[in-house]
Design a protein around this ligand. Structure first.
Ligand SMILES: Cc1ncc(COP(=O)(O)O)c(C=O)c1O
Length: 394
């Protein structure tokens, strides 16, 4: 058998740490490694596999589109792109959409949009406030918006105009606001930051502050969007409407695509302002169209609500049995188990050895983001493996 780890260390630019497993196949909630061993995938891409691995609806859409038209320049019209745009607009509070290829790129577009809006509509305001421990991607601007210094520090000098405030703290946001503030960029639930859910009053208060001070409210739904937290978009369950939203991950259920959506009033891009060779190409948008239609036609939000509640209760039931478990947090099928000490890596490796892929999103927290079509029986199986791993690690 090829030693793929050795190949990686010889030829690949190592930019992150990998789990010691080579995954070669996936179906539904399971993947298989190169030795044929099966794993339940509760990491999911992360939070990408909305329909699970190789869902037949997605495979069919890709196959059909691959036979019809894989790519065409954005200098011409293409049908799946505009069908997907219509569907997203019809099911959100937004008026316009533009497609890219990833979450970082979608946020990069949002940052550009906010800066142009500030230039044209707010006397040159260019500052963007985002949250400490946020994650918005790895391009130079999106990593600067990301509130984790160690991701951006190696690339200084960073673009100017980015401020960070503690998440879920309206006063900190108010104090950081200046006449130069053009936008606030926030995740509805912080994902990479450790699955952090704000108080119910936070986003309505942010909305009011933005309205009162002529600031765009931009939500990064790259992780929370596409039913991950229950509703199609997380903001829909949180009592406010943003001006701008970004999507990626679950939109393509594994096929690379990102999107920026905006209300008409702040949709200031004009020809020449933005572009991407592959952005919204027929293959990616046909895939995302099939994914989005499936979500709406099968009422996936209701299913996520139900299975998410089930998984939450199963995880909560670990607390009385395992004192090291401090609690469960999250929304829908974006959940984390908090631990009283930094045992998450040990737990994750033990789970892997026992056929479950989860993620140590924080040194003391294990994230679960399974496919949204996961069954209750699969949740039982995963929680039982997790329970064994936590009890051995503690
Ligand atoms: C909230 C959020 N925004 C942006 C990104 C970046 O997306 P991508 O890796 O597709 O560039 C991520 C990735 O984890 C994310 O969780």
């Amino acid at each position: 058998m090829t030693d793929w780890k050795a190949v990686e260390s010889r030829v690949f630019m190592t930019t992150g740490r990998r789990m010691p497993v080579v995954v070669v196949r996936g179906a539904g909630t399971r993947v298989w490694d190169d030795a044929g061993k099966a794993y339940l995938d509760f990491f999911g891409g992360p939070a990408v596999h909305s329909l699970g691995h190789c869902h037949p609806v997605l495979v069919k859409a890709i196959e059909e589109q691959a036979r019809t038209l894989i790519h065409v320049s954005n200098a011409v019209y293409s049908v799946p792109q505009l069908q997907l745009a219509e569907l997203l607009i019809a099911n959100s509070c937004f008026d316009r959409v533009y497609f890219g290829n990833s979450g970082a790129e979608a946020n990069e577009a949002a940052i550009k949009l906010a800066r142009k809006w500030g230039k044209e509509r707010k006397g040159g305001a260019f500052e963007i406030i985002s949250a400490v421990d946020s994650f918005h991607g790895r391009t130079l601007a999106s990593v600067t918006a990301t509130g984790t210094d160690r991701y951006s520090a190696p690339f200084a000098p960073l673009p100017p105009g980015f401020l960070h405030v503690p998440f879920n703290d309206i006063e900190a946001l108010q104090q950081a606001t200046t006449a130069q503030t053009c936008a606030v960029l926030l995740e509805p639930v912080q994902g990479e930051g450790g699955v952090v859910v704000p108080n119910p009053s936070y986003f309505p208060a942010v909305r009011k502050w933005c309205d009162d001070n002529d600031i765009l409210l931009m939500v990064d739904e790259v992780q929370t969007g596409m039913c991950r937290t229950g509703p199609l978009f997380a903001y829909q369950g949180m009592g406010f409407e943003p001006d701008v939203m970004t999507l990626a991950k679950g939109l393509g259920s594994g096929v690379p695509i990102g999107a920026i959506l905006a209300k008409e009033e702040c949709s200031v891009f004009t020809p020449g302002d933005h572009g991407s060779t592959y952005g919204g190409n027929p293959l990616a948008t046909a895939a995302a169209l099939a994914v989005t239609r499936y979500m709406l036609e099968t009422d996936l939000p209701a299913r996520v609500e139900k299975t998410g509640g089930y998984l939450w209760r199963k995880l909560e039931s670990l607390k009385p049995k395992l004192p090291v478990v401090t609690g469960v947090r999250g929304k829908g099928l974006l959940l984390a188990v908090g631990l009283s000490s930094d045992l998450a890596e040990k737990v994750v490796l033990d789970c892997l050895a026992n056929g479950l892929i989860v993620n140590n999103v924080r040194p003391n927290a294990v994230r679960l983001a399974p496919p949204l079509v996961v069954s209750e029986a699969e949740c039982d199986e995963a929680v039982s493996i997790l329970e064994g791993a936590i009890s051995r690690a503690a």
